[in-house]
Design a protein around this ligand. Structure first.
Ligand code: SF4
Ligand code: F3S
Length: 104
């Protein structure tokens, strides 16, 4: 499965949800996650994310986020249409150390 990682936090651009053929994104307050059992590994969402937050689970960057995608996808509502990203999304893009800012 593909995995949404820390780079999504406070960016939440949501371009990813518009291209997913199986609608397997789930939305928290300031981050999205992918349901690992629903993702069909098509890869089309990966290049759509302006924050480069989406990686395959084989990527080392996914390690810290695989379990959280599974856990949070079960808690958060499904999202299939792009909404309005946070006003300051661009200011948070590429910033390190955002994990502590995740709203669960
Ligand atoms: Fe959806 Fe494909 Fe991305 Fe998986 S890899 S989340 S199926 S767009
Ligand atoms: Fe997040 Fe990128 Fe989607 S910032 S909401 S994974 S387009």
């Amino acid at each position: 499965a593909y995995v949404v990682t820390e780079s999504c936090i406070k960016c939440k651009y949501m371009d990813c949800v518009e291209v997913c053929p199986v609608d397997c994104f789930y939305a928290g307050e300031n981050m999205l996650v992918i349901h690992p059992d629903e993702c069909i590994d098509c890869g089309v969402c990966e290049p759509e994310c302006p924050a480069e937050a989406i990686v395959p689970d084989s990527d080392a960057k996914a390690d810290a986020w695989i379990d959280q995608n599974r856990e949070l996808a079960a808690l958060w509502p499904n999202i299939t249409r792009k909404g309005t990203p946070p006003e300051d999304a661009d200011a948070w893009k590429d910033r390190p150390g955002k994990a502590a800012s995740l709203s669960r």
